[in-house]
Design a protein around this ligand. Structure first.
Ligand SMILES: [Zn+2]
Ligand SMILES: [Zn+2]
Length: 327
């Protein structure tokens, strides 16, 4: 038998035993095709073709995948051919397949390569840093706006995207109110990617799991870049001081920042005065978006606020009358 036939026999006998998660789909002189799967998104098809003067020339490699970006696949195919060139004159297919499988194992972030390239090319600003840490299957996002900066660590689980990304704050110069909101909102966005809503609209298409990395990082970057410019709905000045070291240490400081339910920001004192002074009819609405204002610290019904206002006014009148009397 010829060299190629011998190698094909060897491949038929050995591939599925020696390459974890592999399935031999074609094994003929015209082409060898192997599906290598670690998880649903860490899966690719390796197509190998013998050149005319094989094995003096390297085997030709083509890679296909539904979830791994074409740019990464092209790069990996290139590297695979270079690997084959190291053993010219010998059977090369098993060597190449082992190389590809090894690459998937050592680069767990390949399952979100499409999202990472979109992030880097379309969403991140020049000052944003997105560092890949393949060893821990995580991504470090470092972003700054003015004097404010944030660093988040985002972990991509093995069975991504079926399981959502998880995130931790490494550091942040924003006040605690903002930091808590950023984390909670990012986690909620990730959750919505993998869990169906509790109440489905009738006629809505069935829920499908979506990759959660891109929505989470996109939200974080956009929020971090926009918050320093956010203005108080009442006084129209920026809610945060230009320098993080000037952020009030107490959350009840008049100038500390408050975030209402709709997502807009106010100074603590501005919001307090706005909620507690008339007009009360119809409840208080956000100056920025007209949605009803809701905040944990001000859980007052319009009737109660109005009663308190009236009471305060009455006391003030009594006080004024007393002052007039003694004047
Ligand atoms: Zn204000
Ligand atoms: Zn609003």
């Amino acid at each position: 038998m010829g060299f190629v036939e011998d190698e094909l026999q060897e491949i038929k006998a050995m591939v599925e035993k020696h390459i974890t998660g592999s399935k031999l789909e074609a094994c003929i002189p015209a082409m060898v095709r192997v599906n290598i799967r670690r998880t649903k998104f860490k899966q690719l098809i390796v197509c190998l073709q013998f050149p005319k003067n094989y094995p003096a020339a390297n085997i030709l490699v083509e890679l296909k995948s539904r979830h791994i970006s074409q740019k990464l696949l092209d790069g990996l195919a290139n590297l695979s051919e270079k690997e084959a060139k190291k053993i010219l004159g010998k059977p090369q297919i098993l060597h190449v397949l082992k190389f590809v499988r090894n690459f998937i194992d050592e680069n767990p972030l390949c399952c979100c390569s499409e999202e990472i390239s979109e992030l880097k090319q379309k969403i991140a600003r020049p000052s944003d840093e997105i560092k890949l840490k393949q060893k821990t299957s995580s991504i470090l996002v470092i972003t700054m706006e003015g004097e404010y900066s944030c660093k988040y660590n985002i972990t991509v689980p093995e069975d991504y995207p079926d399981t959502r990304v998880s995130l931790t704050e490494v550091s942040s110069s924003y006040p605690p109110v903002v930091r808590r909101w950023l984390l909670a909102q990012a986690q909620e966005l990730a959750r919505q990617c993998v869990e169906p809503p509790t109440r489905c609209r009738p006629g809505a298409p069935p829920f499908v799991v979506k990759p959660s990395l891109l929505p989470v990082v996109k939200f974080l970057l956009e929020a971090v870049h926009s918050i320093p410019a956010a203005v108080c709905g009442v006084c129209c000045r920026t809610c945060l001081p230009p320098h993080p070291q000037d952020v009030p240490s107490s959350e009840d400081d008049p100038l500390s920042v408050e975030r209402v339910y709709c997502g807009h920001f106010y100074h603590h004192a501005c919001l307090d005065t706005y909620i507690k002074t008339p007009p009360f009819a119809g409840g208080k609405t956000c100056h920025s978006c007209s949605l009803k204002i809701y905040h944990d610290k001000w859980k007052l019904s319009p009737a109660l606020v109005e009663a308190r206002w009236a009471h305060k006014q009455a006391r003030q009148r009594e006080l004024d009358e007393a002052i007039d009397f003694f004047a």
